[in-house]
Design a binder for this molecule. Structure first.
Ligand code: NAD
Ligand code: 6OD
Length: 493
């Protein structure tokens, strides 16, 4: 059955190159967060569906995919990228239906990056040198060592809902470029683009069983069964730190490798010598883009005292100027949260901040939306001041369109406060003094620090989290660390 024929109503698994409802007989609703409408039913995979997908993936490793040259695989992955681009509007519609995010955002970030993730890794793997060492031996003839990289095998990919296509392909792209096969479990909130990609894979000539998708939830569902499956050689996961802990326990059985991109509580540090226009523009994006549901987003803003009041006033003005509404409205720059459940969580933090005595600079509740959107998961863009660094608002990841702004007085003080978190994913530093920019960036304990920008991505660079924000690095050649196994061959001469 073609995915097109399903027209988003019935979302099926994609196993061994075919769409299938599986055998569990279970389905769950796919709800659009814009208005709460049910947009389709998703088939839930249990052990049998995961088992079928893993078997297909194992068989494909030995099939044409495993025997293909790197160059041939690369050509096919270029066709996958071109296939996404050719069906740009369908991917855009599917992503916006699932997430409610503005089309203007998804058409600039989610869908183009979804395509780019295949091209960049297809090209990159061809240019990575293998190591070679000559060893002197007592007989004088010596020995030659050289490394070869082989695929890890079947990779279990567990992806989140905030940037569904972008984050799933960020893992599937390098996994396939390195010759692995995959079983993907997309978030239950956002199954559509992962499902649609199956058709693109078939059209591009990706052999059956290389790309498999099983839908479902985490515990007692497709997610847990996939991570527990002994036929899965390694697991790459993006999501909450707590979920990462559960997956790591599952991966321990069979001593399987993991790559984790987890939560954050990212700081932005704004020095008085910054270009304030740029700092406001960048912080507006880092706090409110994607309704605050970006793992790299800022939730703690530290502003040097001489510009504190002006910064707060201008960020407030920006937040109050955001227009909330339907994805297709080109004047809209903020959508809803992903679900009613997540709305409840974020509103819980809005209430908590008020109870703890925060000054609510703006927002703090549910916006008054037009009648047809009232069933959606809307929250107001929110800014607080006045809380201490030990407050849960400053410690826990909220993952909504909100931030707390605190003043600071010295560079040393702000570095210590920025690092006072169990997380270490990303940070942003705003200063026109570049000596300070380099100095401070190097002292922030996180995987990526932007100086005078935010979410400016070069896909050749290492990406990942420090502390409880992740394990391992993906991106560029670093992806090969996880998606291949390096073996050494020693030849006595
Ligand atoms: P989540 O952890 O709730 O879910 C992520 C995925 O894991 C989903 O597919 C879910 O079904 C699955 N899952 C849940 N429990 C599981 C289990 N026990 N076993 C196997 N699979 C399981 O995360 P989310 O709510 O989808 O995404 C938001 C979180 O992701 C935030 O914490 C955010 O910071 C983080 N995130 C991190 C990055 C990064 O690059 N570091 C990127 C995006 C999102
Ligand atoms: O840009 C990327 O490669 C990436 N992994 C971004 C993660 C964003 C988190 O929401």
């Amino acid at each position: 059955m073609s995915y097109k024929a399903m027209s988003h109503r019935d979302v099926l698994h994609f196993i061994n190159g075919e769409y299938t409802p599986g055998t569990s007989g279970l389905t769950f609703e796919n709800i659009c967060p814009v208005d709460g409408q049910v947009i389709g039913r998703v088939h839930e995979g249990k052990r049998d569906e995961v088992d079928a997908a893993v078997q297909a993936a194992r068989a494909a490793l030995k099939g044409p995919w495993g025997r293909m040259s790197m160059a041939e695989r690369g050509e096919i992955l270029h066709r996958v990228a071109d296939g996404i681009t050719a069906r740009f509007d369908e991917f855009l519609e599917a992503e916006c239906l699932d997430t409610g995010k503005p089309r203007s955002l998804a058409s600039h970030i989610d869908i183009p990056r979804g395509a780019a993730n295949f091209k960049i890794f297809a090209d990159l793997v061809k240019n990575v040198p293998e190591e070679s060492f000559h060893l002197a031996t007592p007989d004088g003839a010596g020995a030659q060592n050289y490394g070869i990289r082989v695929p890890k095998g079947v990779i279990g990919v567990i992806s989140p809902w905030n940037l569904p296509l972008l984050l799933m392909t960020w893992k599937v792209g390098p996994a396939l470029a390195c010759g692995n096969t995959v079983v993907v479990k997309p978030s239950e909130e956002t199954p559509l683009t992962t499902a649609l990609l199956g058709e693109v894979m078939n059209d591009a000539g990706v052999p059956k069983g290389v790309y498999n998708v099983v839908h479902g939830f985490g515990p007692d569902s497709a997610g847990a069964y996939l991570t527990e499956h002994p036929g899965v050689d390694a697991i790459t996961f993006t999501g909450e730190t707590r979920t990462g802990t559960a997956i790591m326990k599952a991966a321990a059985v069979g001593v399987r490798d993991v790559s984790f991109e987890l939560g954050g509580k990212n700081p932005a540090i704004v020095f008085a010598d910054c270009d304030l226009d740029k700092a406001i523009e960048g912080t507006m994006r880092s706090v409110f883009a994607n309704c605050g549901q970006v793992c790299l987003g800022t939730e703690r803003v530290f502003v040097e005292r001489p510009i504190f009041d002006e910064f707060v006033a201008r960020l407030r003005q920006g937040a109050e100027g955001l227009k909330l509404g339907r994805p297709e409205d080109e004047t809209v720059n903020m959508g809803p949260l992903i679900s009613k459940e997540h709305q409840k969580k974020v509103l819980g933090y809005y209430d908590l901040a008020r109870e703890l005595g925060a000054t609510v600079v703006t927002g703090g509740g549910v916006p008054d939306m037009p009648e047809d959107l009232r069933g959606g998961a809307w929250v107001e863009p929110t800014i607080w001041t006045g809380l201490g660094d030990d407050s849960p608002i400053m410690k826990e990841e909220i993952f909504g369109p909100c931030c707390h702004i605190s003043p600071f007085d010295s560079e040393e003080e702000v570095i210590e406060r920025a690092n006072d978190t169990v997380y270490g994913l990303a940070s942003a530093v705003w200063t026109e003094n570049m000596s300070r920019g380099h100095r401070v960036a190097a002292q922030i304990e996180c995987g990526i620090c932007w100086v005078n920008s935010w979410f400016l991505r070069d896909l050749r660079t290492a990406f990942g989290g420090s502390k409880q924000s992740g394990i391992g690095r993906e991106g560029g050649v670093h992806s090969l660390e996880f998606y291949t196994e390096l073996r050494n061959i020693c030849v006595k001469l």
